[in-house]
Design a protein around this ligand. Sequence first.
Ligand code: TXA
Ligand code: MG
Length: 317
Amino acid sequence: MRRADAPAIAQAAEVLRRGGLVVFPTETVYGLGARALSAAAARRIYRAKGRPSDNPLIVHVDGPEMLPLVARRVTPLARRLMAAFWPGPLTLVLKRAPGVPDAVTAGKSTVAVRCPAHPVARALIAELGEPIAAPSANLSGRPSPTAAAHAARDLGGRVSLILDGGPCREGLESTIVDARGRRPVLLRPGTITPAQVARAAGVPIARPGRGAPAAPGTRHRHYAPSCRVELVSPASVRGKWPATGKDSWLLHRSRAGSNAPARRRRVPGPIADYARALFSALREAEAAGAATLFVETVADRGVGRAVMDRLRRAAAG
Ligand code: TXA
Ligand code: MG
């Protein structure tokens, strides 16, 4: 792990140039990066994460200028969304350019692209001079890393270098939108909300039809710490708790009622703060040896939709 100063970023670019793997910060979560235009480099990502080979990677560019290397048929809709949200936590699905290896797109005819806002991510792409393929820097199925130490815990020893750029500002993965048509299709909710996407697009979001493809990765079990995750309503958090045992942990926004688990973290205030704290709380409860982590639910709208998406997956199974 190295502080992400200029010499460290130069070293990271050199590792990538030789086909190696580097963990780097973005404003959403930490990414596990490799050269996007090299099939061999991209395949190393799947091996390091234990990622199913049918789950494509997001390609990171340092601006719309790099897009032709990665995507074709950039639609007017995509241009509007890029103008509104890049650099930032929005990923666009477009038709794939011929130079992108199958290993990156899992053989699909489309590619997911985003331009991160984090200065370290942008400096790294610029220094390499090429797009970087990067999934979240966790072992497959684990909570996404929102700090360098999280990535080190999962991937230390499997990567050449981890750039530490501090905690992530957003804390949830990017919003993914299929921008190939006239209307945006939401494939994964994130901190850029459906309402914001629709406003920038100038047209309403199209609901994917039944059986229509979501982002492949959203089908897999996800975000699971080693403890059991149980969702509780705000009313239940505020009410009288049944006996929960010493090995329980609580992440909440509301004031906790009597008998609530003694070990807890409260993040009141804006939903964005709760979103930012979510993945690190999962890992904190796990590290504290909790058997059950209770998590307060939020209203399923705006940023809350992304929070609930991650919470339901963490609690599933
Ligand atoms: O914020 C983020 O997006 C972070 C940072 C590192 O950029 N990355 C990230 O990557 O969350 P990952 O691999 O954990 O999630 C990528 C998601 C998966 O659900 C994958 O199936 C979907 O993007 N995806 C990738 N390419 C796609 C495509 N061509 N069509 C639809 N979904 C795609
Ligand atoms: Mg991920």
